[in-house]
Design a protein around this ligand. Structure first.
Ligand code: F6P
Length: 553
């Protein structure tokens, strides 16, 4: 592939950036007000009831045209089609990338090595339905006849974050009397605190691990098993209370899990893209299979939109292009996501893995070091909490931070005028960030507030807001399973498009493997409890100091 920075659209964007970099969005809005097509009309798009308004960005018609040219020149559409059709686009692990097949509700064939994978996807979905309906209906009970009231998912990374964000966000759809807990951290406190709140006879443990070798998950799984056997005195009952979601059936069998309690998925499903597979088992247990399928339906609808909408109206593509505009031209180091919805409080954690594990890369697909910025730092918080924590930096700080603002029009818990106030804050923030406050406006406000003339001169500089801060507004009717599925798929595809344009492989995570490798070496040294001199001076001294503090096992 031609080098990104040598593409003609890239060069044109560089030249265009020089012209537009100091233009204020206030002026862009004013200019567009006199055009036949309004700025909002030009710079918004919709999929089902999800509206993306991207008009509050530092773009004009020319910017948008050039960004769309970039997507075309970088072959985004061809890469997308290769992904959907099962080509091995994960080039460092020699695999296809087929999370879209997991939610292919049209059931049209999808081939991997000449085999249509839809029948096996459907078989696992049917297995999940059968199992979850029996548990939820009280037909499949604990070893002593108790109803299962608690599901503990033991997994980390993609085997935790996806199902976790969905279960948290979809709480209003949960079955009464069914609780779900997520244990991920190898810090023993995580498991210990959760075990304090459940009883073995009414708890179902899901060991969720694609590889069934991840150290954190395996340690937590063995500790949970030990706790279970100690409390029940019934080793045989493990088979009734532990199920596995994995591609590694052999290791799951060795753990003591029955074949019928194993839920399979495949190596062409990446960990961080796996919530749509059997990794979604806790979702189906907590919310019911019908709701899990609605989630898949929503994701599939977004897949269809991504596949067929023209680039100029394609939501994930537009989000990706705008992200590149700020990342690579304005040098924005991070991208923030503010969901004005308390149920979505885990969304940033989920997006951090999705985006940063995918696009935190410096080597391109040809194995060379890139000479441009790739994936940004992703972070976020719920609104309106975020306004009272770090929004000051957005409004008056020196760092550019593009922000996505998400909100449902309807609340699941209407309470007086509270949702209306939340909405007002949502609209106010993006407008304030776009417009800022000029010196004249700030002065007029101070005068109206009755400030003395000398006081005005003193405080005036502090009351001015530069504005021109870019935001995307994502507004939808309701946070239901279908919409959530579509939103998560939207972000997946955004990350994909950016990876294609940056010419990196978004589907491996060798960086994470390196840390794991070193940890296991150090663990052996720690277990020996002897002073070390094997590492650099800093690491040696830290380990030796820790020894002197008599660390716990
Ligand atoms: O963090 C690295 C990683 O490999 C993730 O990509 C993955 O989601 C997670 O570990 C868990 O892996 P597994 O499901 O195999 O336990």
């Amino acid at each position: 592939m031609q080098k990104l920075t040598e593409l003609s659209s890239w060069k044109a964007l560089e030249a265009h950036f020089e012209q537009i970099k100091d233009v204020h969005m206030r002026d862009l809005f004013e200019q567009d007000a006199s055009q036949s097509e309004s700025r909002f009309k030009k710079f918004s798009t919709q999929m089902d009831d999800i509206l993306l308004d991207f008009s509050k960005n530092r773009i004009n018609d020319e910017t948008f045209r050039l960004l769309c040219d970039l997507a075309k020149e970088a072959d985004v559409e061809q890469w997308r089609d290769q992904m959907y059709s099962g080509e091995p686009i994960n080039i460092s692990e020699f695999r296809p990338v087929l999370h879209t097949a997991l939610r292919n509700r049209s059931n049209s064939p999808v081939y991997v090595d000449g085999e249509n994978v839809m029948p096996k996807i459907n078989r696992v979905l049917a297995q999940i339905r059968y199992f979850t309906e029996r548990v939820r209906g009280g037909h499949l009970r604990g070893y002593s006849g108790h109803l299962i009231t608690d599901v503990v998912n033991i997994g980390i990374g993609g085997s935790d974050l996806g199902p976790h964000v969905v279960c948290d966000s979809m709480k209003p759809y949960a079955q009464r009397g069914m609780n779900v807990h997520f244990v991920s951290n190898v810090d023993p406190t995580h498991l210990t605190e959760i075990l304090k709140s459940v009883k073995p006879e009414s708890t179902l443990f899901i060991i969720s691990s694609k590889t069934f070798t991840t150290q954190e998950t395996m340690l937590n799984a063995h500790s949970a098993r030990q706790w279970f056997v100690e409390l029940t005195g019934n080793e045989k009952a493990v088979a009734r209370h532990f199920v596995a979601v994995t591609v590694n059936k052999k290791s799951a069998t060795e753990f003591g899990i029955l074949e019928e309690n194993m839920f399979e998925f495949w190596d062409w499903v990446g960990g961080r893209y796996s919530l749509w597979s059997a990794i979604g088992l806790p979702i189906a247990l907590y919310l019911g299979m019908d709701h899990f399928e609605e989630l898949l339906d929503g994701a599939h609808a977004m897949d269809m939109h991504f596949k067929s909408a023209p680039i100029e109206k394609n939501m994930p593509v537009i989000l990706a292009l705008l992200g590149i505009w700020y990342n690579n031209f304005f040098d924005a180091q991070s991208h923030a996501v503010m969901a004005y919805n308390q149920y979505l409080r885990r969304l940033p954690a989920y997006l951090q893995q999705l985006d940063m594990e995918s696009n935190g890369k410096t080597i391109n697909r040809e194995g060379e070091r890139v000479d441009y910025l790739t994936g940004p730092i992703i972070w976020g918080e719920t609104g309106s909490n975020c306004q009272h924590a770090f929004f000051q930096l957005f409004h008056q700080g020196t760092k550019p931070v593009p922000v996505d603002f998400l909100i449902p029009a309807q609340s699941k818990n209407p309470l007086g005028e509270q949702h209306c106030v939340l909405l007002s804050n949502y609209f106010a923030q993006t407008r304030a960030l776009m417009r800022g406050k000029t010196e004249a406006e700030a002065r007029a406000e101070l005068e109206e507030a009755g400030y003395a003339a000398d006081m005005i001169e003193e405080v005036l500089p502090h009351k001015i807001f530069e504005g021109n801060k870019p935001t995307n507004s994502i507004l939808f009717k309701n946070l239901d399973p279908r919409t959530l599925g579509a939103l998560l798929a939207m972000y997946e595809h955004k990350v994909f498009v950016q990876g294609v344009i940056w010419n990196i492989n978004s589907f491996d995570q060798w960086g994470v493997e390196y840390g794991k490798q070193l940890a296991s070496e150090i663990q052996q040294e720690l277990a020996a409890r002897e002073q070390t001199s094997s590492y650099d001076d800093s690491t040696n001294e830290l380990i030796n100091y820790c020894m002197s503090l008599k660390f716990s096992d």
